[in-house]
Design a protein around this ligand. Structure first.
Ligand SMILES: [Zn+2]
Length: 235
């Protein structure tokens, strides 16, 4: 089946919604015309090896909150379409990609009923006609990253993640998906494990990116935050 036909069928089941106002939008657009201009200022400029759609302090975070806390699982498709678009814009898409998600612990999944990042990884993979697999598991709970001082973040996540299927990872270009990337330390910890398992490349893809870009209005703070985030990532 050609890709365009597949996309049309997929969209018939899961119509694309504007990730700003949740209104129905054109199949090729992540935003409706009304929101496109307003949202432009919140587009995330890919930095530090992380591809993302929007900054955290934007209206796009509301859509994500509804997916995470109001059980609106179908919103995962629209968010995933947007993430796929961001990957295409960064010219990192390709049929060889293998999508996976930053995992939650079994207890966290049981509580929510799903791992939203897994839904995003699955849907983005389908959207781009790529493979998806569950490659990582989270062995223990960690503190919420943005509550911690920068030097403790890497320590907090160290050893928390493990690759469950190394034979599937070896030699592959892997797209690691997360709903929100805060300090980057969690994604870095997961990427490190995938690289150790032999991944040829790990592309970090998030819907929202917080902290570094969110504080961009304050030059000094931005510098400090960027520095802290790098330190936490071991860079
Ligand atoms: Zn809109």
């Amino acid at each position: 089946m050609n890709t365009q036909l597949f996309e049309r069928i997929w969209l018939a089941f899961f119509p694309r919604r504007c990730v700003w106002c949740m209104g129905v939008t054109a199949p090729a657009d992540m935003l409706c015309p009304d929101c496109a201009e307003e949202a432009q200022a919140s587009r995330y400029n890919n930095a530090e090896g992380i591809i993302a759609c929007f900054t955290y302090h934007s209206r796009a975070s509301r859509v994500l909150l509804r997916l995470k806390f109001e059980g609106k699982r179908n919103l995962a498709h629209s968010i995933a379409y947007a993430m796929g678009d961001a990957l295409r814009e960064a010219e990192l898409d390709g049929a060889d990609l293998l999508f996976c998600a930053v995992p939650m612990t079994a207890a966290q999944v049981k509580k929510r009923g799903y791992n939203q990042s897994e839904l995003l990884a699955k849907s983005a993979a389908r959207w781009l006609s790529c493979e998806h697999a569950t490659l990582l598991r989270k062995a223990r709970e960690t503190e919420v990253q943005h509550d911690l001082p920068a030097p403790q973040r890497a320590q907090n996540v160290a050893g928390a993640y493990a690759v469950t299927a190394p034979e599937q990872v070896a030699g592959r270009r892997v797209v690691l998906c997360d709903d929100i990337c805060t300090t980057g330390a969690t994604m870095q910890a997961c990427a490190h494990m995938l690289e150790q398992a032999g991944a040829a490349q790990v592309i970090k893809l998030a819907f929202l990116r917080t902290e570094v870009q969110a504080k961009k209005t304050n030059g000094e703070e931005e510098h400090e935050t960027e520095f802290s985030a790098k330190k936490a990532n071991g860079g």
